[in-house]
Write a protein that binds this ligand. Structure first.
Ligand SMILES: N[C@@H](CCC(=O)N[C@@H](CS)C(=O)NCC(=O)O)C(=O)O
Length: 201
C-alpha cells in the first residue's frame, strides 16, 4: 500500500496513525497538492490528500473512507467499537475533522493580502472552532479516552486536530480545555502519534 500525503496534513496524519497502530506496512509518498507539479489530481479528482493506493490499483479517498477500509479489512487491533458506540466515535471523528476544516479555512484566508481578507468569514470559522472544542472537551467527560473509556479512532482524530491547531493557529486552547490537553499528552506517549508529528514550517 502507498499513502499519498503531505507531512503537515492532519487528515493524512489520522490515516498514518491508524496504519501504524494496526502495524500495517505502507510506503508514504509525499505529494503537496498545492505544488504546480502535483500528481494528486490524477489519483483523487478532488485534488486532496490523503489517498491510499491499494495493490490492485484502487485509489481510496478521503481520510474517513480510508479509515473505514482499514478497520473493515484489518480489524486488529480494533480502533472502533460496535453498535451505538461506533456511531458515537464516528461523530467525534466528524467533529475533529470539522474543526480542522474551519482551521484550514482561516489559515488560507489569512494568506490573502490583508485588504482582501474577510473578517466576518474568519469570525464564522473561529466560532466553529470554539464551539467544536467545547463539544470535544465534553466528549471526554470523566474518561481517559473518548468512547467507552477505550483508546480508538475518536482519540486519534481529536489529537490530529489539536496539533494542527498548534501548527497553524496561535490559539491558547489548553487553558480552557484541560481534558483535551491531557488527552494530547497521553496520545504523544504512543509511538504512532509521536512519530507522525507535523514538521514545524
Ligand atoms: N475531507 C478530506 C479533506 C482532505 C484535505 O482537505 N486535504 C488537504 C490537505 S490538509 C488538501 O489536500 N488540500 C488541497 C486542496 O484543497 O486543494 C479528508 O478527510 O481526506
Amino acid at each position: 500500500m502507498q499513502l499519498i500525503m503531505s507531512l503537515t496534513s492532519p487528515y493524512a496524519r489520522k490515516v498514518r496513525v491508524v496504519l501504524l497502530e494496526k502495524a500495517l506496512p505502507f510506503e508514504g509518498v509525499v505529494d503537496i497538492p498545492w505544488n504546480p507539479d502535483t500528481q494528486v489530481p490524477d489519483f483523487n479528482p478532488l485534488g486532496k490528500v490523503p489517498v491510499l493506493h491499494l495493490q490492485d490499483g484502487t485509489m481510496l479517498y478521503d481520510s474517513r473512507v480510508i479509515v473505514q477500509f482499514l478497520e473493515q479489512y484489518h480489524p486488529e487491533p480494533a480502533l472502533l467499537p460496535q453498535g451505538m458506540s461506533r456511531v458515537h466515535a464516528l461523530r467525534v471523528e466528524a467533529l475533529a475533522d470539522g474543526i480542522i476544516d474551519a482551521s484550514v479555512a482561516i489559515f488560507l484566508e489569512r494568506k490573502r493580502p490583508p485588504a482582501m481578507q474577510d473578517a466576518a468569514w474568519i469570525n464564522r470559522q473561529a466560532q466553529k472552532i470554539e464551539r467544536g472544542l467545547l463539544a470535544a472537551e465534553g466528549e471526554l467527560a470523566m474518561h481517559a479516552w473518548c468512547v467507552d473509556g477505550c483508546f480508538g479512532l475518536a482519540d486519534i482524530a481529536l489529537g490530529c486536530m489539536l496539533e494542527y491547531l498548534d501548527l497553524r493557529l496561535d490559539l491558547p486552547w489548553r487553558d480552557q480545555h484541560p481534558r483535551l490537553a491531557n488527552l494530547l499528552e497521553r496520545l504523544n506517549q504512543r509511538p504512532a502519534f509521536a512519530e507522525t508529528a507535523p514538521p514545524r514550517q
